[in-house]
Design a protein around this ligand. Structure first.
Ligand SMILES: Cc1cc2nc3c(=O)[nH]c(=O)nc-3n(C[C@H](O)[C@H](O)[C@H](O)COP(=O)(O)OP(=O)(O)OC[C@H]3O[C@@H](n4cnc5c(N)ncnc54)[C@H](O)[C@@H]3O)c2cc1C
Length: 619
């Protein structure tokens, strides 16, 4: 193998991932740490990276406190309701009370915001969403980060966290490699903020083969946000709470603006309102949760899935009425231009003009993330003034590893943060990380050369596997001694799909299937020691796969632990089909022992710190 150069960089605050949360963290770290060295490391290029790469058409989390449109308590009630009771209300409240200031900065930085002509306020798409011309959203927040950081490293995939050799369970930095040059990068740091987004492509996608990249969630989000902390023994929460999205079929174009702004609605193939049909059935499973307003996202999915299984498909969005209005027609198309151009292309290729044809909807394969209508992620400390003792251990958004912080999709328990809330959470994490340094908690950290040179060998091994193994190939591309990243990925996706509640089983699983899934994942993990990479790009694919596999193990362990169906429409435990508040009105928390690689699970109380007076629909 060619000689690999090693670069060592020291910093005070190291941010992994320059998406929404990472740019927020980088920006805010400069505010609180004027003299600190701030470094951000990004797998792609922060100008166009993460889930917001292509842009957005709405900022989905804005309170409007200055006009008393909403208060943080209202948002906590909303998120709690949507997640069937299971959220960390301290984290949600903390994000909500700061999110407006973030959005006001976006406005100052030049993000084109739509305004309500009559009131002069931001134009609302829905109760929480405001509309933007957001194609340039990501470059705008990236600029703020670039002006704040000492250094931004693009094209570096972080593969492992470094630990302090002196003090147990304290962070020491991270390592990774440059996908273009192949160089090895060692980042020693006093604090690390993981902001590496969520996980797509762990479950088999509906679009396979040449269409595999066409998923709802960004295909490059590979679960590093979970795998990095899990590998060093940080606790995770609610990892079973994967999300399934109802979106336009094949292009996964967004439906929010259609429902909220265009007032379109759904129907089955016979033109019926199928959601009503499934009311009694759903009530039998989840009780009074079906009467909550708004109807939780998973329960709307549930009606969709049941209707399709009962033969009522395809489900359509009724666009023909709204699109007769030229203004709404324009909004409908522009909605895709700012964030999902591919949907317009799909419709063109399938001869669908929504003015004359009601387009089909579908439910997606499941994804793991912590910032959307779901809250999988790391178990973090909350803020001092809000969190009950079990949720607080010194520094806001610090994981159970000292000096390791998280934000955005990384952080579990706090759903409905979206782009603005993730940026805000990055700011909160950075503020706490600076305080951690100021409090002298990061003194005397030692990372030995041995630690990072040992890791170097591990990281580049797939190149070695390939270089040696390819000599055994006598024909074709299949080697007896290594597997390629795509072969490994397809195997992972089938395991998750068939055993852990993917589309193959209509999101159904049970304890026996989960046990079998865990067994197969273990064997996959063993085989991944023999993954082969022919170049640095494939090396990235190999490490993405390894991160996806650890994330999948954690998801499967959590799904097995929670013996109820809390979120029908996201997944079903066939052996425990009903929601069980008596035994499972709690958060699930896991820890993987870094030495034995075994997971241990526990239940942690869910504290409702905001009253529920507005949660139920007035009768
Ligand atoms: C399809 C879709 C539509 C959405 N629509 C909206 C919307 O309309 N309005 C709204 O407000 N929000 C929306 N959201 C939510 C919003 O995009 C997310 O909440 C937000 O991007 C999460 O921020 P994050 O920083 O955690 O992740 P991201 O923004 O995804 O950033 C993660 C970053 O980490 C990098 N990274 C990953 N792994 C590594 C690694 N190993 N090493 C180095 N870097 C790494 C990635 O390249 C990426 O830049 C949408 C999300 C999706 C997926």
């Amino acid at each position: 193998m060619a000689k690999i150069n090693t670069h060592v960089e020291e910093s005070d605050v190291l941010i992994i991932g320059g998406g929404m949360a990472g740019t927020g963290a980088t920006f805010e770290a400069r505010h609180w740490g004027r003299d600190l060295k701030i470094v951000c490391v990004e797998k792609a290029n922060i100008d166009r990276s993460g889930a917001v790469a292509q842009g957005l058409y709405a900022i989905n989390c804005y309170m409007g406190m200055q006009w008393n449109e909403n208060q943080p308590e209202d948002h906590v009630r909303y998120a709690r309701n949507d997640l069937m009771g299971m959220v960390r209300e301290d984290l949600g409240y903390d994000m909500a009370r700061h999110v407006d200031s973030t959005v006001h900065m976006f406005d100052e930085w030049g993000l084109p915001m739509m305004k309500n002509e009559k009131t002069g306020r931001y134009l609302r798409e829905g109760k929480w969403q405001i509309m933007i011309h957001g194609e340039s959203y990501k470059p705008i927040v990236a600029e703020a980060a670039k002006k704040s950081a000492d250094k931004i490293f693009n094209r570096i995939m972080v593969t492992h966290l470094l630990m302090d050799d002196e003090k147990e369970n304290r962070i020491g930095g991270a390592v990774g490699f440059n996908m273009r040059t192949g160089d090895y990068h060692v980042f020693k740091a006093k604090t690390v903020i993981v902001a590496a987004g969520g996980a797509s492509h762990i479950f088999k996608p509906r679009a396979v083969g040449e269409g595999m990249g066409r998923t709802w969630y960004a295909p490059w989000s590979n679960g590093s946000a979970y795998a990095l902390p899990i590998a060093v023994g940080a606790k995770m929460t609610q990892m079973e709470n994967r999300i399934v999205l109802c979106r336009f079929k094949d292009g996964y174009g967004p439906v929010g603006a259609y429902f909220l702004h265009l007032k379109t609605y759904t129907q089955n193939a016979n033109g019926e309102n199928y959601e009503k049909k499934w009311y009694d059935h759903t009530k039998n499973l989840v009780g009074e949760y079906i009467d909550h307003h708004p109807t939780p996202t998973c329960l709307r999915n549930h009606a969709f899935i049941q209707e399709v299984m009962a033969g009522g498909g395809p489900i359509q969005m009724v666009t023909k009425e709204a699109f007769q209005d030229p203004h709404l027609e324009t909004v409908g198309w522009e909605n895709f231009l700012g964030m999902t151009v591919g949907q317009a292309v799909v419709w063109a290729s399938q001869n669908i003009d929504p003015k004359y044809t009601n387009p089909e909807l579908t439910t997606s394969e499941p994804y793991v993330m912590g910032s959307h209508a779901t809250c999988s992620g790391a178990w973090v400390s909350g803020p001092e003034d809000l969190s009950p003792p079990e949720y607080f251990w010194g520094y806001n958004r610090m994981l159970t590893v000292e000096g390791l912080f998280g934000a955005g999709d990384t952080v579990g328990g706090s759903a409905h943060k979206f782009s603005s809330g993730s940026f805000t959470e990055g700011r909160l994490a950075a503020k706490a990380a600076c305080k951690y340094i100021e409090d002298k908690k990061a003194e005397g950290i030692k990372v030995s050369e041995k630690q990072y040179t040992d890791l170097k060998e591990v990281i580049y091994k797939p190149l070695e596997n390939y270089t040696v193994g390819r000599n055994e190939i006598t024909g074709g591309t299949v080697s007896p001694s290594y597997i390629s990243p795509i072969q490994g990925l397809q195997r992972l996706q089938r395991i998750m799909d068939e055993y852990v509640g993917g589309i193959a089983t209509n999101y159904m699983t049970n304890e026996n299937m989960l046990n079998r899934g865990l067994e197969l994942l273990k064997w996959l993990e063993e085989d991944l020691e023999n993954v082969g990479a022919e170049d640095y790009h494939q090396l990235m694919r190999a490490w993405e796969l390894k991160h996806r596999t650890i994330t999948s193990q954690c998801v499967t362990e959590h799904t097995k632990f929670r013996e109820e169906t809390r979120w029908p429409g996201y997944y079903y435990r066939g052996d425990h089909l009903k929601l069980d508040d008596e035994n499972w009105h709690c958060l699930t928390v896991s820890r993987r022992d870094p030495k034995t690689k075994e997971f241990t699970m526990e239940k942690v109380p869910v504290y409702h710190i905001v009253d529920d007076k507005k949660e139920k629909k007035a009768s």
